[in-house]
Write a new protein. Structure first.
Length: 158
């Protein structure tokens, strides 16, 4: 049983996509990125959204095809690892950046992903289930707002 971060991220992604924006979700490992990708496809593709996965282990032909879809706006959501930070990755209209386990990424890495779109400054959702000092400091002294999920949904198994 998780904390609910993923469904919150998908809800935010849906709002962005409904308004014509693309969403990039970055996870620190291929395993986690693949888990998010499978969940996103299951939840979002029936509603008509195209979700793609971009990780370092894909062959160059697959990466090139995914980059084309992102640049053309044919894919509304990309879930990936550090591969999203490559200079070759471009978006037609990036409107939301989601960083899972944000403490596993450096500030410059998050900024690089946020600056992939020159037209619009994307909204950013950073998530962690591990409140570490840097996260707390960003909350207190940075420009982050905090939402805490501290209980299971009412219908969750206990």
């Amino acid at each position: 049983m998780g904390s609910g971060k993923t469904i919150v991220a998908f809800e935010a992604a849906t709002l962005a996509m409904e308004n014509g924006y693309q969403v990039a979700m970055m996870a620190p490992t291929e395993i986690l990125a693949t888990q998010h990708y499978i969940s996103a496809r299951h939840i979002l593709e029936p509603a008509g959204y195209r979700v793609v996965l971009l990780t370092g282990s894909l062959d160059e032909g697959q990466k090139r095809a995914i980059r084309r879809h992102l640049a053309a706006g044919d894919a509304q959501m990309v879930i990936g690892t550090h591969a999203l930070l490559e200079d070759k990755v471009e978006f037609e209209r990036l409107g939301l950046v989601i960083v899972d386990e944000q403490h596993r990424f450096g500030v410059m890495q998050r900024m690089k992903l946020m600056r992939k779109n020159s037209e619009v400054q994307p909204d950013v959702l950073v998530m962690t289930a591990t409140p570490i000092p840097r996260t707390l400091a960003l909350t207190l002294y940075g420009d982050l707002d905090v939402s805490v999920i501290d209980e299971l949904p009412p219908d969750a198994l206990r």
